[in-house]
Design a binder for this molecule. Structure first.
Ligand SMILES: Nc1nc2c(ncn2[C@@H]2O[C@H](COP(=O)(O)OP(=O)(O)OP(=O)(O)O)[C@@H](O)[C@H]2O)c(=O)[nH]1
Ligand SMILES: [Mg+2]
Length: 230
């Protein structure tokens, strides 16, 4: 049973070392692959020195494309896929809590929820859109953490819910496709935290981009053929 962690990271030089080290400490982890698509800082170098395999892509393609490149690299190997953001730092160690329900056969995809305070940087618009879309297209599922990128997926799950959606549309697409397939999606409370962008201009632009990506994913999913579950 091979467990492979994929870590998308764009300009995460300040946090990637702790993220990689802490991920490597998760019991059962066989590989960790950091995907850096054209960061302008030392993300790749630091990740490699910390012990990760690093895929460095020549230009920035967004989170979804970075994850697709990572998955293509590990697909043969990954019985369980663990997705962790590059900015989790030491809290990446809590990824172990995501693996337990998968290993015990109690979930097909787990999703980490964060403590309330780690999550309050924006005004909730993107999260609201994502939650609405998941409830609407995912049979009424009310996600506490619809945008959480911290997930574990069994092979059966990841083969059915990939390729990843564009940019920041990744998470809503994973959840909606999994629910449409009849897979068991289980949210797992954790004490993870990340480098959430604040209520300044950069944060506003970041969330604007996220909103557009989530909306784009929802529109595409609305036209995606729903497979018969089972
Ligand atoms: N490789 C790669 N990783 C990316 C890209 N965009 C974001 N990421 C990574 O994806 C993870 C989540 O992105 P963030 O920008 O932190 O987004 P977020 O945490 O959902 O949003 P905030 O709560 O506003 O911080 C981080 O590890 C990023 O480094 C990208 O274009 N390429
Ligand atoms: Mg973040």
């Amino acid at each position: 049973m091979s467990i492979v962690a994929l870590v998308p990271a764009f300009n995460e030089a300040t946090r990637i070392k702790a993220t990689v080290r802490s991920t490597l400490c998760i019991p059962g982890i066989d590989r960790i692959v950091v995907i850096d698509d054209a960061s302008t800082d030392d993300t790749s170098k630091i990740a490699r020195e910390a012990g990760a395999e690093v895929l460095t892509l020549p230009r920035n393609l967004g989170k979804g494309a970075a994850l697709d490149a990572g998955l293509a690299h590990v697909a043969e190997d990954a019985d369980i896929l663990l997705l962790l953001d590059g900015d989790l730092a030491e809290t990446a160690a809590e990824g172990s809590a995501l693996l337990t329900p998968i290993l015990h056969g109690n979930a097909d995809m787990t999703v980490a929820t964060f403590p309330r305070t780690a999550d309050k940087a924006g005004f909730g618009l993107v999260k609201g859109l994502a939650r609405w879309g998941i409830a609407r297209m995912g049979g009424g599922f009310l996600a506490d953490a619809p945008l959480s990128g911290q997930r574990a997926l069994s092979r059966d799950a990841w083969t059915h819910v990939t390729p990843f959606a564009f940019g920041y549309g990744v998470e809503v697409a994973l959840t909606i496709r999994a629910l449409r397939r009849g897979l068991r999606v289980v949210e797992v409370p954790t004490a993870m935290s990340h480098a959430a962008t604040g209520r300044d201009l950069t944060g506003f632009m970041h969330r604007g981009r996220q909103f557009v990506h989530v909306l784009r994913a929802l529109v595409r999913l609305a036209f995606e053929r729903t497979p018969v579950s089972g």
